[in-house]
Design a protein. Sequence first.
Lengths: 595, 381
Amino acid sequence: MKHIRNFCIIAHIDHGKSTLADRLLEFTKTVADRDMQAQLLDDMDLERERGITIKSHAIQMNYTYKGETFTLNLIDTPGHVDFSYEVSRSIAACEGALLLVDASQGIEAQTISNLYLAMSNDLVIIPVLNKIDLPGAMPEEVKDEMVDLLGCKRDEIIHASGKEGIGVEDILNAIVDRIPAPKGNPDGELQALIFDSQFNSYRGIEVIFRVVNGRIRKGDKIKFMATGKEYFAEEIGTLRLDKQPKEVVDCGDVGYLISGIKVAKEVKVGDTITQTVQPSRQPIQGFEEVKPMVFAGIYPVETNEFEELREAMEKLQLNDAALVWEPETSAALGFGFRCGFLGMLHMEIVQERLEREFNMTVITTVPSVRFEVLTTKGAVIQVSAPSEMPDPSSIETIEEPFIKAQIITKSEYIGSIMSLCMDKRGILKNQVYLTADRVELQFDMPLAEVVFDFFDKLKTISRGYASLDYEFTGNRESTMVKLDIMLNGERVDALSAIVHRDKAYEWGKKLCEKLRELLPRQQFEIAIQAAIGQKIIARETVKALRKDVLAKCYGGDISRKRKLLEKQKKGKKRMRQVGNVEIPQEAFMAVLKIS
Amino acid sequence: MHLYLHIPFCRQACHYCDFHFSTDLKPKTALVEALCREIGLRKDYLPTNRLETIYFGGGTPSLLTEAELAQIFETIHRHFTVAVDAEITLEANPDDLVRSASGPDPMGRFRKYANRLSIGIQSFHEPHLRLMNRAHTAAEAESCVQRAREAGFDNLTIDLIYGVPAGGHDIWKTDLDKAIALDVPHISSYCLTIEPGTVFGNWLSKGRLNAPDDAFGAEEFNLLVEALTAAGYEQYEISNFARPGMEARHNSSYWKRRPYLGIGPSAHSFNGLSRQYNIANNARYIRSLQKGEIPATVEELSRADQVNDYLLTSLRTKWGCDLTELTLLAGTDFQALRRKELNRLYGQGWLALDDRTLRLTEAGKLFADRVAADLFVMTDD
Ligand SMILES: Nc1nc2c(ncn2[C@@H]2O[C@H](COP(=O)(O)OP(=O)(O)O)[C@@H](O)[C@H]2O)c(=O)[nH]1
Ligand code: SF4
Ligand SMILES: [Mg+2]
C-alpha cells in the first residue's frame, strides 16, 4: 500500500488539465507514442469537442522514483458545476490533488469550490502554476493568489507547461513525496467507494471504485450497500489505457468491476461495495442520491418517432445514471418525456447526445426547476412542470429552490455583474478582493433564474472573464405564477412557464414578441396572447398573409422554385398544429432565447 | 421546338435584377462566338430540329449589333429549320429603341430578324424608374411603343412592375392607364420581389428600403387584373395578359412541359426527363466553349420532380393542370393520392375542378405557390 498514490487534478476549464494528463501518461510510458492522441482522457467525441470532461475517468500509471516503483492512480474529475456531486466522490477517493492554475488567468470560482472540497477531505494539495510558457503569463500575481488561498509557501508551487512538457518530472516526484500513501486495513471487511461507472455495450456497466478497506477478489460475491443489490465479481482489474484483468485489487488501489449489470441506475456514485460474507457494517460516508434540479419535456420532432425516442432515452440512461424521465403528453407536442437533469449543461448534453448518437431531432420545452406547492388543503405537491401547477385558488404558498452563487471576476466588471444578478433576483451576500483587481462575489439567488441563459450572459458581460459556481441552499417562499401563451385563443401547453410575479409581465411581452417573429404568416391573422389565469398581460398579432405567389416562372426559374417550395413544405411538415395555427419547432425553443 | 438565347449584357444594373448579366461589354464578340459554338454542339438536344419559336432574352438583347445578329441567325439556320410562322421574340429596352433613332432605319436590324418585340418599360413613373436604376426615362417609356410600331412591329409586349414600396396605388393606376392606352396586344406584369444579392436586397437589409408589403402587392395585383380584363385582355398566366390569340408562344412552352433548348451563360434547357443549366459566368462560359465543352449542370427529374414541376407551372395558366397527365406522371391515381388536400383547397375556394382539369380560382391566384406546394408529391410521402 505504501507504493500507491491516488490523486486528482483540480483545474478550471481550459487551464490545461487534459494536456498535462497526457504528458504524465507519456512520461510514465503508460501510453506508447503511437497510441497517443491528444486529450486521452476525454472519451466521448462531445467531450473532446467541447474541451470539457463530462464524466470522470481513472487511469493508472507506474513511476519509478529513487529506485522504487510506485502505482499512481489519476482520477479525472468532471469540470462543470452540474456534476459537482461526482466531483466530490472523486475527491473522496484521493489522498492528494494537483491544483492546476493557468498562469495567464489566475484562480476561478469553480477551482476554489473544488479546492475547498479537497481541503475539507484532508487532501494534500500540490500547487502547479501551468502554462508558464505563455507570453501573457503573470507568474508572480497568480502565485500571490495561490499563496493567499492555500497558505502554502511560494517555493512549493511547481512551474509547469503541459504544452512544452516543462515541470512534468517535478510534478511526478511531488506526487510521490508529498501525497501520503492510502491508509486502510487490508485485512478488514471490504469497503470500496464507487466514484464512476462506464457503459460497455457488450459487457454491461463497468464500475470504477477505490478500495478503502479490505480487498476485492475475482469471483467474490459482493453487495452494493445503498441499493442492497448483490452481484458476482466476474471480472476485476486495473485501468491502464485498456483494462488489465487481475485476480485481486488491493486495499488503497483503484480498479474496475464487471458483473453483468445492465442498468446504470443500479450503480450509484458514492455507494459502497462490500462482500456478502462478512459485510462491512457501515457504508463509506457521504453517499447521496443525485437529485435532478432542472426539468423539461423532450419530444420527437416527428410525432411518429416517439418509440424511437424512447429506445434512445433508454440507451442513453444506461450510461447516464443522473438522467431521469417518464412519459408525458402535451396537447401541442403529442407524446414525449418529462426529463430531470442535474443542470442546464446536463440538459444540453442529453439533447446533443440524442442527436449525435441516436440521430434524433427533438424539441425541448421550457426548462423548470422543482417548486413545492402547499395547497389550501394542507397537501405539499412537487411541481416541476407548468402543467402540474394547481389552480391558483387552491394554492396556499409556493416555495422555490435557492442557491448560493459564487462568481469570480475582474473588478472592472463588478458593476455589470451586480446589475445582472439583481435583475435575476439575486442578493449580494459577500464581496472579497482576491487580488487588487480580482474579486469574489457571493449572491443568494433563485435557481430558476440561473436556468435561463444566466451563464451565457455572465460570460458576455465579463468578456469571458467571470466564472461561476453554485450550490443548492434550500427552498424559500416566492410569489410564482403560471404564465400561459395562447394562439388564437387556444392555450399552447408547451409554451407555458412558471415565473416570478414581478417578471411575468416582461416575460410575457418578450415571449409574444419573439413568437411574432417566429410564427409563419397564415391566410388568417394570428393573435398571440400571454395570460396569467384569465388575465391577458401581453398581446401581439401576426398579420394575415395576403399572397403567396412568385412573380415569375419561366424556363430558368422552374427548378429553383420547385426546390424552394419543396423545402418550405418539408419545414411545414415538421410544424405542430394547435387549433388552426402552425408552430415551427424553433418557437418552442425560443423561450430559452428571450430576455 | 423552342430555342432560347441568353444575351448576358446590360448598359447598367437595375437595382432589383438578379438575372445573369454583366455591364462589361468588352467580351461581347467572344461571347457571340461562343453562343454560336454552343448552338452547333447542341443542335441534337431537342427531338426535332424544327423551331417554332426563338426567344432572345437577357440581359439586354437589343445591345446586339447587326453583324452579331446576322452571325447568330446564320448559325441557327445552318443547324435548324425555322418554321415559316415561327415566333421570334427579342427583348429590348426603351432606350435602345428610342436613342438609336437617328439613322435611316433605326430598328432595321431588329425588324430584319425578329417579328415580336418585348419591351422592358417597367414603369412610366420617373421616380420609380430612377429608384430602380432603369436606363430609360419616363418619356422614353411612353414613346418607344410608337417607335416600334413605326418600324413595323405590331406584335409587341411590354413589361410592367408593380408593388414598388414607394408611394401609393395612384402611381400604379396611372401606369396601368398609360399601358392600356398604348393598345399593345400583350402585357407581362410582375410584382417587385427583393432578391438577395441585388442592390435592393442590400438596401432592405440595411433598412434603406421599405420591405414590400404583401397586402400592398396583393391590392396592386387586383388592380392589374381588373384594369386589364376590363380593357379586353385575358389573364392566361398569373403574370401574363393577352388579347385573344396573342399569347406568347415561346413562354407558354415552359408552362406546357414542352422541350426547349437554352443557349448562353445561365440558360436552362429541358428535354422532358432532365433539366440542365449553363454556368452563370461570361468568362468561364466563353473559355469552356473555346475548348468545345458545354459548362452545364444536369438535373435528372424523378417522377416526383416531374409532377411537382407540372403542378407548379400549369396551375398558373388558364389551361390549368390536367389530372390525366398528373396521374401519368405520378404513376398513381393523383386524385386518390391527394384527396384530402384537394378537398380542402376546393373548400377554401382556391381551386376548382372542371372536366378533369384543375384551375386556380380568382382568389386562388394570389396563393398559387401554396396551392401547388400543398399538392406536391414528396419522396417520403
Ligand atoms: N501555452 C500553453 N497552452 C496550453 C498549456 N496546456 C494546455 N494548453 C492549451 O490550453 C487549452 C486547454 O487545454 P486543456 O488541456 O484542454 O484544458 P482542460 O480544459 O483543463 O482539460 C488547449 O488549447 C491547450 O492546447 C500550456 O502549458 N501552455
Ligand atoms: S432588368 Fe433587364 S436591363 Fe435591367 S439589369 Fe436586369 S436584365 Fe439588365
Ligand atoms: Mg479537458
